[in-house]
Design a protein around this ligand. Structure first.
Ligand SMILES: Cc1cc2nc3c(=O)[nH]c(=O)nc-3n(C[C@H](O)[C@H](O)[C@H](O)COP(=O)(O)OP(=O)(O)OC[C@H]3O[C@@H](n4cnc5c(N)ncnc54)[C@H](O)[C@@H]3O)c2cc1C
Length: 382
């Protein structure tokens, strides 16, 4: 007999749900696309908020473990203009500590029995069987069925989503180009002296340069650009396999009139990776008519432009869903899902709206709207 719950996706959402179900004695199986724990592509540092991500970790009994990795010093946030002038510096030791995605995944993975995760299980499609329950088809040729509930925690390009909604993410007109400056990089000593802890963001002419210190003290830099969706795939524009040419294009085209302090970040950037930014459509009411035996959580449910909430809301979804399942019981799992979705839909709609507003502010003509916004939240310069 399969366990009652199948979770698709072992990201922050799926693994938080798995751990919380474990704590409540409810059986489940996670199906993850990655071949193993080691094969994960990591992504940057995440700030974990008290009422959402931190609360989920507390309920999962993992808060003390989280605190071992949580970086309060990296909560500093600086806003500058293209000349390098710093306009705002806030947040030293805010209660939104940073943790590397890799570390967060490790904490969650180590709290779940190994046999509960099926690695190398990329969902190809999900259909409804004759009994109206989901059937899972994996790219490795296997299928699985008989679950009382399938939870799509499979991120932006969820394959489970089609069972409940025809919506797909759309390109927002902006992309990040991520790069690294490691401790061995000749620019590292200069950068660490200039940027120090936390995140620095410079904005001009609808472009961004964002620098973020990681857990190993290296930096990730994101160059934000208003470019067409396939811009970074077209070698006629830029060839990411050729770092020197990529640097040349950034220096001569996109950031030609930026100050040397910013251009130095480009001159020393390595390991380029494109992140086109997608969002589910903004609607007054996110949602679908509840489908028996299926639901979504995290980015699969409410993908938004990165606005500092994504991972936090993903973990909150997991907490709310696990709590409802425990309350209603596995025998009433559809009722649990309906109650979860009723609360999750407005939360999801709000984050999509806020993501779009934040994108407009961050990709502005200059840094002033972001400074104004942060000051209106009571953030004063330190
Ligand atoms: C450039 C960038 C910066 C960001 N910065 C922040 C930030 O600072 N703070 C913040 O809160 N959020 C940030 N986000 C958003 C955040 O990363 C997401 O909201 C969060 O990771 C959502 O978690 P999730 O578990 O729902 O999805 P994901 O993290 O996408 O995890 C999905 C999991 O499912 C697996 N999977 C995918 N497809 C399949 C499949 N077909 N079959 C099986 N498994 C599958 C994946 O391998 C992955 O493990 C950022 C996003 C981007 C793109």
């Amino acid at each position: 007999m399969p366990p009652p719950i199948a979770i698709i996706g072992g990201g922050p959402c799926g693994l938080t749900l798995a751990r919380l179900l474990d704590c409540k004695g409810i059986d489940y199986l996670v199906h993850e696309r990655d071949e193993s724990e080691q094969s994960t592509h990591t992504g940057g540092s995440l700030d974990i908020h008290p009422e959402t991500g931190q609360r989920a970790l507390r309920e999962a009994g993992l808060y003390d473990e989280f605190k071992k990795y949580a970086r309060y010093d990296d909560t500093v946030f600086t806003v500058a203009d293209k000349s390098g002038k710093k306009l705002l510096r806030i947040g030293q030791r805010r209660d939104a500590p940073e943790i590397d995605r890799r570390e967060l995944r490790k904490i969650l993975l180590h709290a779940i029995p190994r046999e509960k995760i099926k690695w190398g299980h990329a969902l190809k499609s999900a259909t409804l069987g004759e009994d109206g329950r989901p059937v899972l088809h994996f790219t490795n040729g296997t299928t699985a069925s008989g679950f009382k509930l399938v939870v799509g925690a499979d991120g932006a390009w969820s394959k489970v989503r089609l069972l409940v909604s025809p919506e797909t993410p759309h390109y927002t007109g902006r992309s990040y180009l991520e790069s690294r400056i490691t401790l061995e990089n000749p620019h590292y000593p200069t950068l660490t002296a200039q940027a120090g802890a936390g995140t620095s963001m410079a904005i001009s002419a609808h472009k961004i340069i964002l620098t973020q210190r990681q857990g190993d003290s290296s930096y990730r830099t994101y160059f934000g650009l208003p470019v067409p969706e396939k811009y970074f795939q077209d070698k006629a524009n830029i060839d990411l396999q050729d770092p020197q040419k990529t640097r040349d294009v950034l220096l001569s085209t996109h950031f030609a009139d930026w100050a040397e302090v910013h251009k130095d970040l480009i001159r020393h950037a390595t390991d380029f990776r494109a992140w086109p930014l997608y969002s589910l459509p903004e609607a007054e009411h996110l949602g679908w008519k509840s489908v028996s035996g299926v639901t979504l959580a995290g980015d699969a449910a409410h993908l938004a432009v990165p606005n500092g909430e994504g991972v936090n809301l993903a973990m909150k979804d997991s907490l709310e869903l696990a709590t409802k399942i425990a309350k209603c019981g596995v025998e009433n799992i559809d009722q649990a899902v309906r109650e979860y979705e009723e609360d999750m839909f407005p939360r999801g709609a709000k984050t999509i709206r806020e993501g779009n507003v934040m994108a407009e502010i961050m990709f502005s003509e200059g840094p002033e709207p972001l400074v104004e916004l942060m000051t209106s939240f009571g953030a004063g310069s330190e």
